[in-house]
Design a protein around this ligand. Structure first.
Ligand code: ASP
Ligand code: MG
Length: 463
């Protein structure tokens, strides 16, 4: 069971989570994984700006705030005095360590990936002990472990580390199975692990989901439950589509398509460890435990007749269109363009090229737009490409569903529905997997387009 940042954000919530674990651990072996308190990882990232500037006053203020946040939660999360004292001592020494780390970084005056991972680890390392002591407080036998203690070993790609699964499996089994046999609940920090030299690594943003699936695959868990603050994967963002629905079951492949831009953000690699073993994932709402949430499995039964299951969208995107007569029939043109953008660390989210080959359209995040255009102008304008056109403020809309595969007329229904709302489609892409049909519209039109597709496929009635 993995609990996200909102699930541990107050004393009340921590106690509630501890009780959920308590009730399920009576009849099951449970491993708990916890994230940092909501917003903490962002704050830790943010403070690196002050580190670079050597702004000691800001850093001191920050440390006080972190201490207060966790002490406030700790104060009421644990009622027995002796246990509460232990918890507060744990937090105090972590805060002391955080202070040391930050002053070391200020001395160096730079923030490199390795110390950054060490810094980011404090989010989970401060939050998870609170849950651990809260469990002890209500009489649940448990043990606190960092990702490293649990046995998760990764490569040294700091910030986006990948688990070395063979070593990890041996270690995790060795470390966790004896505890589970004794009816002890291991309480593990999400997101963080260590490389083979013992340095702290992180698994990428949202990595606590990944921690849970890594551990689950090692110990061959029956299920992974990701407890969060939404009811499950939804047919659309409920903030935009009033009658959006919770999906009862989706396949791994569909979940992967929805992970990045659905209501519940999931780590893009989180499904990897469990797909081969076929371990199901359940997404559940911590605050509505009576609901079933969404089940992610290899071959879903529910809703399998459904052609489109969800409509998602990404805003804050921009379109770059490059043209030039010399692009036509010239092998390596696309490679050159993508190479330039790759070297400038611009992530391309969507690509389309017409068979005339005279233009290539790409979608990037708005934040990357200037970087992208500058590097294209500098390296390729006047050579491979003749003109660069930019449309900022566009949104990607994607219809997702494995029922689209081989079904005729899906595209016509989607674009028909969008056209009825007089929304113009700027660009289209569909991979041959047919799991996903994505298109681009002006940002101002995106909500209307999402609602049109949601209505067309009657997603409010899906169950
Ligand atoms: N705390 C980490 C993050 O914010 C990991 C997680 O929340 O899953 O990215
Ligand atoms: Mg999170």
């Amino acid at each position: 069971m993995k609990f996200g940042g909102t699930s541990v954000a107050s004393a009340e919530k921590v106690k509630h989570v501890a009780n959920i674990i308590k009730s399920y651990s009576k009849e099951n072996s449970v491993v708990a994984v916890a994230s940092a308190v909501k917003g903490m990882t962002d704050d830790l990232l943010q403070i690196t700006e002050s580190v670079k500037k050597g702004n000691k006053a800001e850093i001191e203020k920050f440390i006080d705030k972190v201490a207060k946040t966790h002490m406030d939660i700790a104060k009421d999360a644990v009622s027995k005095k002796r246990i509460n004292d232990e918890l507060r001592n744990t937090i105090s020494s972590l805060i002391k360590e955080l202070e040391d780390v930050l002053s070391g970084m200020v001395l160096l005056g730079e923030v490199t990936p390795k110390p950054l991972d060490y810094l980011l680890s404090f989010g989970e390392r401060l939050a998870t002990p609170i849950l651990y002591y809260a469990l002890k407080d209500i009489g649940v036998k448990s043990e606190y472990l960092t990702g490293k203690d649990a046995g998760i070993v990764t490569d040294s790609n700091h910030g986006e580390a990948k688990p070395l699964m063979d070593t990890t499996k041996l270690k995790v089994v060795h470390n966790l199975e004896p505890l589970l046999k004794d009816g002890i609940v291991p309480v593990v920090t999400g997101f963080i692990a260590s490389d083979q030299n013992g340095n702290i690594t992180t698994l990428g943003r949202g990595g606590s989901d990944y921690t849970a699936t890594i551990i689950a695959s090692c110990i061959r868990a029956d299920e992974v439950w990701l407890w969060t603050d939404v009811d499950g994967l939804m047919t659309a963002d409920p903030k935009m589509v009033k009658n959006a629905n919770v999906l009862k079951e989706v396949s791994y492949a569909e979940a992967m398509e929805m992970a990045l831009f659905g209501a519940k953000y999931m780590h893009p690699r989180a499904l990897e460890p469990i797909v081969d073993n076929g371990i199901p994932i359940r997404i559940r709402n911590t605050f509505k435990p009576e609901k079933n949430g969404t089940l992610i499995v290899k071959n879903p039964k529910a809703g399998s007749h459904q052609i489109v299951k969800a409509v998602s969208m990404i805003r804050s995107a921009a379109l770059i269109d490059v043209r030039g007569g010399s692009m036509v029939g010239a092998p390596g043109t696309a490679a050159k363009i993508f190479d330039v953008l790759g070297k400038s660390k611009v992530n391309i989210m969507m690509i389309s090229q017409s068979p005339s080959e005279s233009s290539i359209s790409m979608i990037v995040r708005k934040n990357d737009l200037d970087k992208a255009v500058n590097s294209l102008e500098l390296n390729l304008l006047g050579k491979v490409i003749k003109t660069i056109n930019v449309t900022d403020n566009v949104a990607i809309i994607a219809a997702v569903g494995s029922g689209m595969r081989g079904t005729k007329g899906v595209a016509s229904r989607i674009f028909g529905a969008v056209a009825k709302q007089a929304v113009n489609v700027i660009m289209i892409a569909q991979g041959s997997s047919e799991l996903n049909l994505a298109f681009v519209v002006n940002d101002k039109d995106c909500e209307e387009a999402v609602r049109a597709i949601h209505d067309e496929f009657e997603l409010s009635k899906i169950s």
